[in-house]
Design a protein around this ligand. Structure first.
Ligand code: NAP
Length: 306
């Protein structure tokens, strides 16, 4: 593939930025990559493993002469970083982000963007429960969706260039508005994470089982909750603080459904339970048919032989 952006600046050097660096280089989409992170420790690791061609002390230095700037930090700090980099952006550059919430980013970053840059927020729907500069991998975005959030007057050429960049890293790209994005993600990601955090928290409260049975017998559904509940606390704190309305709306509906199921159990309404579980099973089948997960037993985990 040919180079799409001569110089890319990565602000934040964790799972997502690291994966962008590895994927973009593998496909030959970038000339040079500069990057920075908050801590000296992360910057040192990035240098050691060669995550970027140049690691700078500040975001302002990293964005100098960059054709694409990617904000890959927790959602809550994006506004401050946008303010810091604004005077140093190259005219004609594209600024994007990978944050999990979009209305907040549109407002907090957009307000600082100069007229002569293209600001096109984004969100790759790909991740793991790992974080930090060593956690990225080149295949993270393959066959995963990346949602781009152009504004009404977004430059068509800048948008198609950014689309080509994500497609070059193996992603499918779709365009969405910020409000719709935040509602969809509240259903598919944010509320499920909160439920997983809660379930693991409840198990932890049952101290009599925590030390032994919960660990030993975790295959029975609980293990999948613990994987999600191991996700980065800073990132997820910011997601809930910045996607408040949509998350509360979905949690309200969730609570109503939970009460209905609770009542069905109490009154012995087996038909209600059976019909409900039949409907949800069909959703799982749809996800597999869409190529977004495997139908291998136990999520494709390899059987461990003694
Ligand atoms: P991560 O692995 O924890 O990396 C975050 C990076 O941001 C770190 O390099 C951190 O630096 C840096 N950072 C934090 N605060 C900063 C500040 N004030 N100034 C400069 N740098 C700062 O996180 P990630 O998983 O890559 O997530 C990054 C973004 O992607 C988030 O907005 C998240 O919502 C979004 N996202 C995440 C996933 C996922 O599953 N993880 C999926 C899609 C989108 P230090 O290491 O020095 O602290």
């Amino acid at each position: 593939m040919s180079v799409i952006y001569q110089k890319v600046a990565l602000i934040g050097l964790g799972l997502i930025a690291g994966s962008i660096s590895l994927a973009a280089r593998r496909s030959g989409l970038v000339g040079q990559i500069s990057g920075t992170a908050r801590s000296a420790e992360t910057r040192a690791i990035a240098k050691e493993i060669g995550l970027c061609d140049v690691v700078t002390e500040t975001a302002a230095e990293a964005v100098r002469d960059a054709d694409l700037v990617v904000l890959a930090v927790p959602v809550g700090v994006m506004g401050q970083i946008a303010q810091d980099i604004a005077p140093h952006l190259k005219p004609g550059a594209t600024v994007t982000d990978v944050g999990s919430v979009k209305q907040h980013v549109v407002q907090e970053v957009g307000v600082h963007m100069p007229d002569n840059v293209h600001f096109i927020p984004g969100h790759p729907l790909a991740g793991t429960e790992h974080s930090g500069p060593r956690s990225g991998f080149a295949g993270l975005f393959e066959h995963r969706w990346c949602l781009l959030i152009p504004g009404e007057d977004t430059d068509a050429a800048a948008l198609s260039r950014l689309r080509a960049f994500w497609e070059g890293m193996g992603a499918y790209v779709d365009v969405m508005d910020a409000e719709h994005h935040d509602l969809v993600l509240a259903v598919t990601s944010h509320a499920p994470h909160l439920i997983a955090y809660t379930m693991v928290g409840v198990a932890d409260d049952l101290r009599r089982v925590t030390d032994s049975e919960v660990i030993q017998y975790s295959a029975a559904g609980f293990r999948d909750f613990t994987r999600i509940a191991a996700s980065d606390p800073t990132m997820w704190r910011d997601v809930f603080l910045t996607n408040k309305d949509a998350t509360l709306e979905i949690l309200g509906r969730f609570t109503e459904e939970l009460f209905a199921l609770q009542r069905a159990i109490r009154t012995g309404d087996g038909d209600h339970l059976f019909d409900y579980f039949t409907r949800t099973r069909a959703i799982r089948r749809g996800i597999i048919e869409a190529g977004q997960d495997t139908d291998a037993p136990d999520f494709g985990r390899k059987a461990v032989k003694e």
